[in-house]
Write a protein that binds this ligand. Structure first.
Ligand SMILES: NC(=O)c1ccc[n+]([C@@H]2O[C@H](COP(=O)([O-])OP(=O)(O)OC[C@H]3O[C@@H](n4cnc5c(N)ncnc54)[C@H](OP(=O)(O)O)[C@@H]3O)[C@@H](O)[C@H]2O)c1
Length: 135
């Protein structure tokens, strides 16, 4: 069950920015809770696959897996399977590499998420520079 003050998010791209955001969320966990903000990270993705649990994943475990195995890939899902498991109003944070010629992979990820009525936050300027109006 989704609590009213719960924000469900997926982190797509788990490099410098993605791992940085994970570390900030861990560091701020208590102060967010005190302010009644419950950010539940349900998925993390890198180029090799996805770690997903609709009940929330442990960010410490995702960081550990990335460090020791080089990937968070876990259960054979890809990014689009993960977005499929999420719902309207939930948040995708795109932190994939910038490709200024095609906008991919961020362009496709953002388009699918927006089509599903999800919110998108991105650090990836490529898709916005190429296709801001369309997005
Ligand atoms: N670094 C900065 O200070 C900074 C500042 C502002 C904006 N940005 C922008 O933020 C974005 C991320 O930067 P970064 O420095 O974190 O880059 P990065 O370290 O290269 O990380 C990119 C991440 O995206 C993953 N990825 C690549 N293709 C993917 C796909 N198809 N599906 C899912 N994940 C995929 C990579 O997977 P693997 O780990 O498997 O390679 C990696 O985890 C870029 O668009 C960059 O321009 C960065």
């Amino acid at each position: 069950m989704v609590r009213l003050n719960e924000v469900r998010i997926a982190l797509i791209g788990f490099g410098n920015v993605g791992q940085g955001l994970a570390n900030v969320l861990i560091k701020k966990r208590e102060s967010l809770k005190q302010n009644d903000i419950n950010i539940k990270v349900v998925g993390v993705a890198d180029s090799k696959g996805v770690m997903f649990d609709e009940n929330g994943i442990e960010l410490e475990e995702a960081l550990r897996l990335k460090k020791t195995k080089g990937t968070v890939a876990h259960n054979g899902m890809d990014v689009f399977d993960m977005i499929d498991q999420m719902g309207e109003g939930e948040i995708v944070v795109d932190m994939t590499p910038t490709n200024i010629e095609t906008g991919e992979p961020g362009m496709g990820i953002m388009r699918v998420a927006l089509d599903r009525g999800m919110h998108v936050v991105t650090s990836n300027k490529g898709p916005l520079a190429l296709n801001f109006q369309k997005l």
